[in-house]
Write a protein that binds this ligand. Structure first.
Ligand SMILES: Nc1ncnc2c1ncn2[C@@H]1O[C@H](COP(=O)(O)OP(=O)(O)OP(=O)(O)O)[C@@H](O)[C@H]1O
Length: 289
């Protein structure tokens, strides 16, 4: 027997009672990619000239349902022209716009029921009071009087216009006019809101209020497309962005994709061709009197 070996038999181990093996948890499957959202607004190869000025040079954009979509671009880039075409106010030379599968230019009546518009140059019936204007807007959209009245009351409260609705719109300040026009654009609960510079002239408290209204609208499945010169605001509230320069979309996508790690303002300045040096105005510094 080899040294070191032992004859003592180890006591036979009574097999420990095994706990019943827990069923293996099913392997976690990677979450399927989210279904792409349907297109709320499709802008397809839009061209528009005014005489020799090319305002839109083949603009194409897809805006998914439930987006808060911001359009930025320098003065004269074509933002208003594009939003006017999208909302059926201006006919393109060629191209197509669809809103929830309805062709804006083939079926304008149907398309306009789906869209609420805040145009750039407001042409409101300003000899009406705010309340009359809102009532008129709702009635024009085919709502019955009782529904319009309820919605007018809700909108007036939401936009903080309580003290102003009895006055003529012609006497409103620029910001109040913007707010009443925005309320009028929403009264028929459209599926897409097209807003050209909605925050221009609006004070910061009212702007925050409007943003909250729009965010709730988007959370409920509505789609907002707006233009603004406030890069900070667009960066803060929009989940998708397009940068338009000289009638061409130079970049579009999620806000993070477009920013590419920079601020939206820096990216905008980069695409818009950089800042111009403020030279040649020396005469401005030699005051006449
Ligand atoms: N009715 C019109 N007649 C002639 N030219 C026009 C008309 N409307 C727009 N344009 C021209 O088309 C181009 C695009 O103008 P648009 O108003 O769409 O620009 P924008 O991006 O909205 O500018 P801004 O930021 O200054 O509001 C500009 O060169 C403008 O002068």
């Amino acid at each position: 027997m080899p040294a070191g070996s032992t004859t003592a038999k180890a006591p036979a181990k009574t097999p420990a009672k095994r706990a019943p093996r827990a069923k293996a948890a099913p392997k976690a499957q990677p979450a399927p990619p989210p279904e792409p959202k349907p297109t709320a607004l499709g802008i397809r190869q839009i061209y528009k000239r005014f005489g020799s000025t090319v305002a839109l040079d083949g603009v194409a954009l897809e805006v998914p349902e439930g987006s808060f979509f911001g359009i930025v671009g320098p003065n004269g880039a074509g933002k208003t022209t594009m939003l006017s075409i999208v909302s059926g106010l201006l006919r393109p030379d060629s191209g197509q716009v669809v809103v929830h599968d309805v062709d804006v230019w083939k079926d304008p009546n149907h398309a306009k029921r789906l869209i609420g518009v805040l145009p750039d140059r407001l042409r409101l019936f300003d000899r009406l009071t705010g309340a009359q204007l809102l009532f008129y807007s709702g009635t024009l959209r085919g709502l019955d009087a009782k529904t319009v009245k309820t919605r007018v009351d809700d909108l007036v409260t939401a936009f903080g216009l309580d003290g102003a609705v009895g006055r003529l719109v012609a006497d409103y300040s620029a910001g109040m006019t913007k707010k009443v026009a925005l309320a009028a654009a929403m009264i028929h609960s459209p599926r897409v809101l097209v807003l050209d510079e909605p925050f221009e002239s609006v004070d910061p408290v009212s702007a925050a209020n409007i943003i909250e209204i729009l965010q709730k609208y988007v959370a409920a499945g509505g789609t907002v497309v707006l233009s603004s010169h406030s890069m900070d605001l667009i960066q803060r509230v929009c989940d998708r962005v397009a940068i338009i320069v000289a009638g061409v979309v130079l970049d579009s996508g999620t806000a993070d994709e477009v920013r590419g790690g920079k601020s939206l303002e820096d990216r905008f300045v980069e695409l818009a061709g950089g800042r111009k040096a403020a030279e040649g105005l020396e005469w401005l510094h030699s005051f006449s009197e």
